[in-house]
Design a protein around this ligand. Structure first.
Ligand code: IMP
Ligand code: MG
Length: 190
């Protein structure tokens, strides 16, 4: 018989960023965005599904400017490895021509996702385009890119929580934790 799943998940390594640290940082990012977009008439937060959902919904409550939200769904990861090939699964609905767009993702790893989506969005002629990511694995970048609003730089660990997943597991943790990949593989034979 297979073991009943545990919570918090049995494959969790250590907590890297606590709930309080996230909350503080999100407050600060919200203040920065509020200040930077004082003159914006059309501000759009555009989140990449599904990893950015928790971050984006917390962040938008700290943006004290008129704004709207939209989402795109893209995939580049299978398990814990980036494939380098970015597929658009579902596009945003807003015509972003003339909008001040902030592209929001949970984490930057190789950078291919942000790089590819950014290029695509620029072709659609927004008034401005900036990138906001909760986490950045700087040492893993494979393409040149700048993150305008970064929550935390982290070392090369596979992490889950606060929206981030490993094969759809771990998103509901309120903190960021590393995954014990050996344990994970033993539990899920992957
Ligand atoms: P990139 O295209 O290599 O930069 O990968 C970015 C995407 O891979 C993110 O949007 C995440 O969905 C996923 N990803 C990268 N690293 C992690 C991680 O440590 N945990 C969970 N998802 C990750
Ligand atoms: Mg993602």
């Amino acid at each position: 018989m297979t073991e009943a799943p545990k919570f918090p998940y049995a494959f969790i390594g250590e907590v890297l960023i606590t709930q309080e640290q996230i909350e503080q940082r999100v407050n600060t990012l919200g203040e920065q965005i509020t200040a930077d977009y004082q003159d914006s008439q059309k501000l759009l937060l555009l989140g990449l599904l599904r990893g950015s959902v928790m971050f984006m919904t917390d962040l938008m409550r700290k943006v004290h400017r008129p704004m709207t939200m939209d989402f795109m769904s893209v995939s580049s990861y299978a398990g814990s490895e980036s494939t380098g090939f970015v597929r658009i699964d579902s596009d945003h609905k807003t015509n972003i021509n003339g909008w001040d767009v902030i592209l929001i993702d949970d984490i930057v790893d190789s950078g291919y996702t942000i790089h590819t989506v950014r290029k695509l969005l620029l072709d659609r002629r927004p008034k401005s385009l900036r990138v906001c990511a909760l986490l950045d694995k700087v040492s893993k970048h494979k393409v040149e890119l700048s993150i305008d609003y970064c929550g935390f730089e982290i070392p090369d660990h596979f992490v889950v929580g606060y929206g981030l997943d490993i094969d759809e597991k771990g998103r509901n943790l309120p903190y960021i934790a590393s995954v014990d990949l050996e344990k994970y593989r033993a539990l899920y034979n992957s």
